[in-house]
Design a protein around this ligand. Structure first.
Ligand code: AQP
Length: 359
């Protein structure tokens, strides 16, 4: 049995970066493996991760419910027996295992997480222990379910590596198969199919995508990742953006003054980011978009095409979200959380026995 698992935090409105980097690979895999008894597909909302940085707590509950609606609107085949949705906070084993894993995570290793360094720079007046510690909770989210494949964007692969290291360390210390070791980055990317859709022959290693996760860039600072917590609304397309406003953001995206449309993430990150968005949002190969614009010089034409795609994507997506009621979501969560509690409690008990807490 192989387990595929992913989650998107409910701290802010998700962006198309989250959608293309985490939702879509997961939904595509869920569709491929729905009702296949050799696979288990877990999509959850890591809501305990939501306030590692400051948020408006009055909106958290509804943001979580909305997050679930987004999974459904994106096409998660929830009617399949092997597809589950749950909230992390409603499955206590996540927090309990996180504490145990904490005690097997060297402080030095946790201190090397680049996201902590970046986020603590951003939120200097609110650097919590939770922000430092959240990769260990993420390891618990993964290891509790013996997950093999975790569709993630590129920024999260360092945390996945940490989860792998914790699992290997504990297996060596206690018993060989206490935890399943999640696959490494290269296998994850291959499993998500990103190598096929994004690989571009004849580019050097700095621009090629293979073996690396996906990183959609900020529209205003394309050397940086598009982030849902960015204070600059023009830097990101959020899933609840008015489609017309989103079009304008694409039309005013930062590019360069080179005057040639070609894909080069290092030298032309703004143009390349737009080409990447255009390919992924339409489920097309990046190479096809590169071919469509080969030799062209009008950046406005590329922007117009991407803006139209974003308009259609958001209009259609928001229409689907509006049709899903809170009651539908609550029913789905009840089933999913019963399942998650049962599976995770079994693993927690095994770990408690291994570390000597139970007989
Ligand atoms: N720009 C991105 N391109 C590709 N994938 C991305 N992800 C995030 N941004 C991009 C992926 O989305 C998933 C969920 O992310 P998360 O909210 O749990 O944490 P995050 O990585 O911190 O995402 P954000 O959007 O940057 O959130 P904030 O700004 O709140 O910190 C992950 O799989 C992530 O890789």
């Amino acid at each position: 049995m192989k387990t595929i698992l992913t989650g998107v935090r409910a701290n802010e409105e998700p962006t198309i970066g989250n959608f293309l980097g985490a939702y879509m690979p997961m939904i595509n895999l869920a569709k491929k493996y729905a009702n296949n008894p050799d696979y288990r597909i877990n999509m959850f909302v890591p809501d305990l991760h939501s306030f590692t940085t400051p948020i408006d707590h009055t909106k958290l509950y509804s943001q979580v419910i909305k997050g679930i609606k987004y999974y459904l609107a994106a096409g998660l085949p929830i009617e399949a027996d092997n597809v589950h949705i749950y909230r992390q906070s409603h499955v206590p084993a996540h927090s309990e295992l996180a504490w145990i894993l904490d005690c097997f995570t060297p402080f030095g290793e946790a201190s090397r997480m680049t996201q902590f360094k970046e986020k603590s720079e951003e939120h200097r007046d609110a650097v919590s222990v939770g922000l430092f510690n959240y990769p260990v909770l993420m390891a618990a989210d993964i290891l509790l379910y013996d997950a093999n494949y975790i569709p993630l964007g590129e920024d999260q692969f360092q945390h996945l590596e940490l989860a792998r290291n914790i699992a290997i360390r504990m297996n060596n210390k206690f018993e060989k198969e206490l935890f399943t070791i999640p696959e490494d980055e290269k296998s994850q990317v291959k499993f998500m199919g990103l190598d096929k859709s994004l690989n571009i022959p004849s580019q050097d290693d700095s621009t090629i995508m293979i073996g690396k996760g996906l990183r959609i860039r900020s529209l205003t600072e394309p050397t940086k990742k598009m982030s849902k917590s960015s204070a600059n609304a023009k830097s990101k397309i959020c899933l609840n953006d008015d489609p017309k406003v989103a079009m304008k953001k694409i039309m005013s995206a930062t590019t360069d003054s080179d005057g040639v449309i070609r894909f080069d993430m290092v030298l032309k990150p703004g143009i390349s980011n737009l080409m990447l968005i255009e390919a992924l949002i339409n489920n097309q190969k990046l190479q096809d978009i590169i071919s469509d614009f080969a030799g062209q010089t009008m950046y406005g034409d590329l922007k117009k095409r991407v803006a139209d795609s974003i308009f259609h994507f958001l209009s259609d997506f928001q229409e689907k979200v509006a049709k899903i009621s809170d009651e539908d979501v609550e029913k789905i969560l009840e089933d999913g959380e019963n399942y998650a509690r049962e599976v995770s409690n079994q693993k927690l008990r095994t770990v408690q026995k291994a570390v000597g807490l139970r007989k």
